[in-house]
Design a protein around this ligand. Structure first.
Ligand SMILES: [Zn+2]
Length: 228
C-alpha cells in the first residue's frame, strides 16, 4: 500500500475522514473525484438577467461537484479550497479566452452574508478567489483579488424566491468600497442560480468605476433541465 493510501486510512480511522465526492477513506477529495472535476470543461451560463455580461461556470451544480462544494461550505473543509479554486480559475480562463486577450485582471468576490461568515468562520467566496488567483498567476496572467464590494444592507434569505423576487430582494444590496479599476474586472462567486446576485454585484462594481467583463463561478444550478 502506498504511503498516501496508508495516510488516507489512518485519517479515516482517527478522524472519520472521507472523500466528500465518493465516500472513500481519506482527507479531502480523492484522486479520482479530483480528476473527474478537472475533466469537466467550463461553459457559458445562459438564461441570466438582461444586462449581465458573460458568465462562465466550471461545471454543473450536480453530482461530485455539488458534493465537494457542499462539503467546503457546510463542513468548512479548507483542504478542498485548492481543488475548487482551480475550478474557479478554469472558469475565469475560459471567460478571458472568450473575451479576448488581457494582460491583467481583477477578481472581485461577491460579499458573503455576515451570518454565513459567522457560521463558517471563513469567507468561502473570497478564499476561492484567492486560490483561483494563485492558479491564474502561475499561468502568467497578472491577477489581483480585490474585495471591492461590501454589503450595503442585509438581504432576506434567497431560498424559495423566484428570479424577479430575488432581483428585488437584492436591489442595491451591495456597495462598492474602492473597486480596483486598474484592469478589467471579473466578479466571482461559488454558485449561480438565477443570476440575481451576480447582477447586483456587477451593478455595484460598475458604480464603483470597475470595467466588468464578466462573471465566473464554480458551479451553475441547472434550471428547466438544461444549462440555461
Ligand atoms: Zn472520491
Amino acid at each position: 500500500m502506498r504511503t498516501g493510501d496508508v495516510a488516507a486510512r489512518l485519517a479515516e480511522l482517527a478522524l472519520g475522514a472521507r472523500c466528500p465526492g465518493c465516500g472513500a477513506p481519506g482527507m479531502g477529495a480523492c484522486a479520482a473525484c479530483a480528476a473527474a472535476l478537472r475533466s469537466v470543461l467550463p461553459f457559458g451560463v445562459g438564461g441570466l438577467p438582461d444586462g449581465l455580461p458573460p458568465v462562465v461556470a466550471a461545471g454543473a451544480y450536480a453530482d461530485t461537484l455539488r458534493k465537494v462544494l457542499l462539503a467546503a461550505k457546510e463542513r468548512n473543509a479548507l483542504g478542498l479550497l485548492p481543488l475548487l479554486g482551480g475550478r474557479l480559475a478554469a472558469a475565469v480562463a475560459r471567460l478571458v479566452l472568450d473575451a479576448g486577450p488581457v494582460s491583467s485582471l481583477v477578481l472581485v468576490p461577491v460579499p458573503s452574508a455576515p451570518a454565513q461568515m459567522a457560521a463558517r468562520g471563513v469567507d468561502l467566496t473570497a478564499s476561492l478567489a484567492r486560490s483561483a488567483g494563485v492558479r491564474l498567476r502561475s499561468a502568467g496572467l497578472g491577477v489581483r483579488v480585490h474585495r471591492g464590494l461590501a454589503l450595503a444592507r442585509r438581504p432576506e434569505d434567497q431560498a424559495g424566491l423566484d428570479r424577479i423576487q430575488r432581483l428585488a430582494n437584492l436591489a442595491e444590496a451591495f456597495r462598492p468600497v474602492g473597486v480596483d479599476a486598474s484592469g478589467p474586472v471579473v466578479v466571482v462567486d461559488d454558485i449561480v442560480t438565477t443570476g440575481a446576485t451576480l447582477a447586483e454585484a456587477v451593478r455595484a462594481c460598475r458604480l464603483g468605476g470597475g470595467h466588468v467583463i464578466g462573471g465566473a463561478v464554480v458551479a451553475a444550478t441547472m434550471r428547466g433541465g438544461g444549462a440555461r
